[in-house]
Design a protein around this ligand. Sequence first.
Ligand code: XMP
Length: 312
Amino acid sequence: MFDAKEFISEKVEWIRREVGGEKAIVAVSGGVDSSVTAVLAFKALKSKLTVVFLDDGLMREGEPEAVTKIFKDMGIEIEIYDVKKNFFQAMKNLTDPEEKRKAFRQAFYNSLANIARELGVKILLQGTIAADVVETVRGVKSQHNVLEQIGINPLEKFGLKIIEPVKELYKPEVRKVAKELNLPDSIINRKPFPGPGLSIRVIGEVTPEKVELVRKATRIVEEESKNLPSFQVFAVLLNDKATGITGEGTRAYGNIIVIRAVDSKDAMTAEPTGIPWELLFKMRNRIVSEIPGVSRVLYDITSKPPATIEFE
Ligand code: XMP
């Protein structure tokens, strides 16, 4: 039986030993994995730790502000770094999902390494969990935070020693640790959100305009599904267009948004959530009326396998 209390005291000691009196940095995203890592590291290192939030331009609406507030309420200050340009530049002209992930990973570690250099820090803590490693090793998708398994030595390439305190845990155990650490429910119950953020929910090339479009659709879908017991609910912007007709009767060639909702325990397999029609219609009405240029809304009914949860 997993004992969260024991895990915490052991890991706090372990982090102290691993870091050995040096300064360290940790980046939070608002997800439970990186939040647990940051709080464990803060317990171990206090003022020797800098907690940063990389504003990569690929987050959901209001996310940097919300995450900063949650940590402030726990007595932990977060520094937000605006690195949007680096990420859009790194992904320019890329359309292949794995290429996009690699470019994201490169921009992620380059940005962190630059910040670490500025701060004179050589140790990075990150919230890699067991599922990230399993999916990457299996070759399903290269999670942005799993470096050694794909042959990148972070110390050599980025000058950073990486410490991963929750690497052996799966999501349910991470949540137990989060509860024991008194993290707020908004973090413990937060639905999984991929590291590369909205970039893998814009199919094909990523531009600020496309990300803005899928960000609006994401907000609508999330607002309308607050009470839906579903593992993940989100919107995807396809790379195709479809013919539509405006209220004035003119032809319009518009964007296609897909709503994806899945039930799953551990993200390894998934079934589509049976969203009631009324709720789907409500989402559709809001998407087509609130987002200019969307002419079609689809609902994805595939399970994993053969599909994956994300489109990319
Ligand atoms: P798939 O699409 O492989 O997703 O069925 C399984 C779970 O992982 C999330 N996901 C990612 N998370 N970086 C992440 O941190 C990624 O590149 C990535 N790709 C997928 C996905 O949201 C789901 O919860």
